[in-house]
Design a protein around this ligand. Structure first.
Ligand code: AMP
Ligand code: GLY
Length: 413
């Protein structure tokens, strides 16, 4: 019997996941809740149920005889969607509420790293403003201040002066019961290594690089991610081995020893320092926009990979050996601060030599319009990063995107 799958989420990551699942001959229908209107171009069924409404999602899954569920974003994971679906007897791939803490609390993640001897920046956690400021004074600037809790990529600030530190700490610690982690600023190149995880072990993907800042040259505010590529040349076999053995393995084993085994996708964000790779964050899910390029690298049937993981078997995963996949995010002007919504998205036609993955879009009568900061991503796979970069920007420059913004340097470094 062909599968009916439900994907939770509504962004570009989920569009890419659904599209990849639909490539499998085993799949009949992919539903996405809440999905977005851009997914309709690819035959994805969008379902108007919010990702917080676990009860209604369970009722829907039972009614439609969904075979299994895959969760994209962190918020439902933190809210225990995996626990709720399992309790209802529906197969779902992702971490439990307890295990999702590895992303939900920076301090919990840091404690795991310290306890299991995993390389990361030196740090301390605080809830008291005066103590936090004292720590900043005693340490070297710049220093990194991280809000403890989910902050959609906006909870991290690199401060260069004491005044900046005061402003940031006041803003965060002014709220009742809030905490911060203050950590050493690491110098080096950033990358991420995601892994599929089940009871049989963990299965690393190919390294990816995200470009988080809004402007070229990594300047300006942090965003959810303005573009990504994979593989990453500075992540050599040796670096990858170090990350796998000295970071991912002890993280997975550490979580088991803590009595909160992690299953799902473990995203490890790293900086390659002079002393080797160090962790800057864990996420309990696929990255966005990394997934849009990572799934381009996957040569295996994605549906069967997830099914093996769900059955606690060793999955057969084959990655493309040649070429580079690169994606550039097109956003509304002004993002990640104030931006307009409802901007009309050009009709790119049915045939184009790039892949278009939609995120912040909705339908207004018959027109696709923007309704978020990151609107869509354009992806290609080419022989080299340089060719991919050239092809993507040639295509973008030929479109009428005057009302939008995109970085011009994705894949340059
Ligand atoms: P995060 O949300 O933890 O990924 O942090 C957002 C961004 O802040 C990262 O992508 C890095 O560019 C930067 N960052 C976080 N932690 C550090 C650190 N300890 N040293 C240098 N940069 C960092
Ligand atoms: N692109 C970074 C993230 O998904 O957290």
């Amino acid at each position: 019997m062909k599968r009916k799958i439900l994907v939770i989420g509504s962004g570009g990551r989920e569009h890419a996941i659904c599209k990849k699942l639909l490539e499998s001959p085993k799949v009949e229908t992919v539903f996405c809740a809440k999905g977005n209107a851009g997914m309709l171009f690819d035959g994805i069924e969008i379902v108007d149920i919010s990702e917080d409404n676990h009860d209604e999602l369970i009722v829907f899954s039972k009614k439609m005889a969904i075979d299994w569920v895959l969760v994209g974003p962190e918020v439902p994971l933190m809210n225990g969607i995996v626990d709720d679906f399992k309790q209802a007897g529906i197969k779902i791939f992702g971490p439990s509420k307890a295990a999702a803490m590895i992303e939900g609390s920076k301090e919990f993640a840091k404690k795991i790293m310290v306890k299991y001897d995993i390389s990361t920046a030196n740090y301390q956690g605080f809830s008291d403003y005066a103590e936090a400021l004292e720590y900043v004074k005693k340490n070297k600037l710049p220093i990194v201040i991280k809000e403890d809790g989910l902050a959609a990529g906006k909870g991290v600030t690199i401060v260069y002066t004491l005044e900046e530190a005061q402003t940031v700490l006041k803003a965060i610690l002014g709220e009742a019961s809030s905490r911060v982690v203050i950590e050493e600023f690491l110098i080096g190149k950033e990358f991420s290594l995601l892994s599929f995880v089940n009871e049989t072990g963990f299965y690393p993907m190919v390294a990816a690089k995200d470009h988080k800042a809004i402007f070229d040259g990594d300047k300006g505010l942090n965003t959810g991610g303005m573009g990504a590529y994979s593989p990453v040349d500075y992540v050599t076999k040796e670096v990858e081995e170090t990350v796998i053995q000295d970071i991912i393995q002890p993280t997975i084993e550490g979580m088991k020893k803590e009595g909160i085994p992690f299953e799902g996708i473990l995203y490890t964000g790293l900086i390659l320092t002079n002393e080797g790779p160090k962790v800057i964050e864990y996420n309990a899910r696929f990255g966005d926009p990394e997934t849009q390029v990572l799934l381009e690298r996957l040569d295996s049937d994605f549906c069967l990979v997830i099914e093996s993981l769900l059955s606690q078997e060793v999955p057969k995963i084959i990655w493309k050996k040649e070429g580079t996949s690169l994606g550039v995010v097109v956003s509304a002007k002004g993002y990640p601060e104030v931006y307009e919504k409802g901007i009309e998205i050009p009709d790119f036609g049915a045939e184009h030599e790039v892949k278009i993955i939609y995120s912040g879009v909705s339908q207004n009568n018959d027109t696709l319009v923007s309704n978020g900061g990151r609107v869509f991503l354009v992806a290609v796979t080419e022989k080299s990063r340089k060719i991919a970069h050239k092809k993507i920007y040639e295509w973008l420059e030929n479109q009428d995107l005057k009302k939008f913004y995109y970085r011009k340097d994705i894949g340059n470094n």
